[in-house]
Design a protein around this ligand. Structure first.
Ligand code: UDP
Length: 386
C-alpha cells in the first residue's frame, strides 16, 4: 500500500495529524475529506465584496496555550483581534458576558451600585461565575440579579440554540459565557486573542503543503474505506495495514451500533448589505427576539475597504443525518453514557486513533483541538517508536 497513514477529515485535528505524520514520522499520508475543501468548520473564503466569510460561523481564535500558538505560528502570521459581543436586552445592546459595565447599563445607578457591592463582597474581582452557580446565591439582591441574567440572556438563547433549558445541559456549556465580576468587555479573557492574517484556509493550506501529504476531497469515508467486524480496515477493497486517524462522527464509524449520537446543527444565512456597516459590534446576540441567535458582521472581524458589508444570521436546527452539518455535540447524562459505550468499543481497535470534536464528541474550541491533536500524535509517535 502506498500510504502508511490515512486521515479521515481535513479539519483542525486531521490537518494537525497529517502535518505531524508527514514531517515528524516522514511517512506518507492520505487525507480523505467529504467536503470540497480543507479546513473543516474553520474554512473561510472571500466573497464578491472581498470580505472574508467564516463559512461555518464565526471562529475567533483565543488561547492561553503557548505551545498551540507556537505550533500554529509556523503556518501564519497573526492580526491582533479581541472579540466583543453585545446582546439585545430590554431594547438596548449591552456587553456580554454580563459584567459590571452591563450591570450599570441595565439597572439604575443606585441598584447597580448596591448589587456591585454585594458581588464584590462575595466574589473576587475579575473572576468568572457560571450563571447556574450565581443562581444558587442566598442573597436576595444576588438572587434577583441571577434570575434577571438567566431570564434575559440564557433561557431563551439556550432554547433556540439547543432546544433545551440551561440546566438540562452539561453545566460547562453555559459556563462558557459566565457572569464576569470585572469591567473587561471582551468575550474572552485569554492571553492570546488573534486571527490568522490571511485567514484560516490559508493557514491550513500551508499546514498541509508537504510532499508526503495527498488530499482526496469530495470523498466520503464510506465510499473508499470499510471497517469489518473483526476490526480489519479496507481501502478501495484492499486490506489496509496502516494506521487510521479518524476525525468524523464516532457513531458513524461503528455503524451506529449503540444508537445515534445527537448533534445540534445551524443554518448559516449570509447576506450582503448595501451599507458601509450594519451593526456596532462584530457579533450581536438576540437572546429574546427572532429565530436566529446572533448576527456576525465579518468586516468588523477582518477589516476591508468596501461600500458593502456581509452579515451572518445563525438559525439553530436539529441535526438530521445526511441533511445538514453536525456542529455541536449535545451534552446530557444519558447521551454521555451512549458515547462512553462507543469510546469503550473503540479501545479494541489499536490501529485507529479517534480525535476531534466529532470523534471525541466534545465541545472543543479551536485551541483545545490543536492541543488534543498534538498530544494524541505524541502518543502515536511513542507507539511507533520514533
Ligand atoms: N449563551 C446564552 N446566551 C448568550 C450567549 C450564550 O444563553 O447570549 C449560552 C448558550 O447556551 C450557548 C452557550 O452559552 O450555547 C455557549 O455560548 P458560546 O458563545 O460559547 O457558543 P458558540 O460560540 O460555541 O456557539
Amino acid at each position: 500500500m502506498f500510504f502508511d497513514y490515512i486521515v479521515v477529515g481535513a479539519g483542525i485535528s486531521g490537518a494537525v495529524f497529517a502535518h505531524k505524520i508527514a514531517t515528524q514520522l516522514n511517512k506518507k499520508v492520505l487525507i480523505i475529506e467529504k467536503r470540497n475543501h480543507i479546513g473543516g468548520n474553520c474554512y473561510d473564503k472571500k466573497d464578491e465584496n472581498n470580505i472574508l466569510r467564516h463559512i461555518y460561523g464565526p471562529h475567533l481564535f483565543h488561547t492561553n496555550n503557548k505551545t498551540v500558538v507556537d505550533f500554529l505560528s509556523q503556518f501564519t502570521s497573526w492580526s491582533i483581534y479581541n472579540h466583543e459581543v453585545l446582546a439585545y436586552i430590554d431594547g438596548a445592546m449591552v456587553p456580554i458576558p454580563f459584567n459590571l459595565n452591563t450591570l450599570y447599563k441595565v439597572f439604575s445607578p443606585e441598584l447597580a451600585s448596591r448589587i456591585e457591592k454585594k458581588l464584590l463582597e462575595q466574589y473576587a474581582y475579575n473572576t468568572k461565575i457560571p450563571i447556574l452557580e450565581l443562581k444558587k446565591s442566598n442573597d436576595k439582591d444576588l438572587q434577583f440579579l441571577a434570575d434577571f441574567i438567566y431570564e434575559k440572556i440564557f433561557v431563551n438563547y439556550t432554547a433556540k440554540q439547543w432546544g433545551m433549558k440551561p440546566e438540562e445541559l452539561d453545566s460547562a456549556v453555559t459556563a462558557r459565557v459566565p457572569v464576569f465580576i470585572g469591567r473587561d468587555n471582551r468575550y474572552f479573557n485569554d492571553t492570546y486573542q488573534m486571527l490568522p492574517e490571511e485567514g484560516y484556509t490559508a493557514l491550513f493550506n500551508k499546514m498541509l503543503d508537504h510532499p508526503n501529504i495527498k488530499q482526496m476531497l469530495n470523498t466520503d469515508f464510506g465510499e473508499v474505506m470499510r471497517l469489518d467486524d473483526a476490526g480489519k480496515l479496507f481501502f478501495l477493497d484492499q486490506p489496509f495495514e496502516g494506521h487510521l486517524v479518524y476525525t468524523g462522527q464516532i457513531d458513524e464509524l461503528f455503524g451506529y451500533k449503540f444508537g445515534e449520537l445527537p448533534y445540534r446543527s445551524v443554518r448559516m444565512a449570509f447576506e450582503s448589505v448595501d451599507a458601509e456597516f450594519y451593526q456596532t459590534a462584530a457579533t450581536e446576540n438576540y437572546p429574546n427576539s427572532y429565530d436566529f441567535t446572533r448576527i456576525t458582521e465579518f468586516k468588523r472581524i477582518h477589516p476591508v475597504n468596501s461600500s458593502k458589508t456581509t452579515i451572518l444570521k445563525e438559525y439553530p436546527q436539529p441535526y438530521v443525518r445526511g441533511q445538514n452539518t453536525p456542529y455541536y455535540p449535545i451534552f446530557t447524562q444519558a447521551i454521555q453514557e451512549r458515547y462512553n459505550q462507543y469510546q469503550a468499543h473503540a479501545k479494541n481497535f489499536k490501529n485507529i486513533t479517534l480525535v476531534g470534536r466529532l470523534a471525541e464528541y466534545k465541545y472543543y474550541d479551536m485551541d483545545d483541538m490543536v492541543e488534543s491533536a498534538l498530544e494524541k500524535f505524541e502518543t502515536l509517535q511513542k507507539s511507533v517508536g520514533k
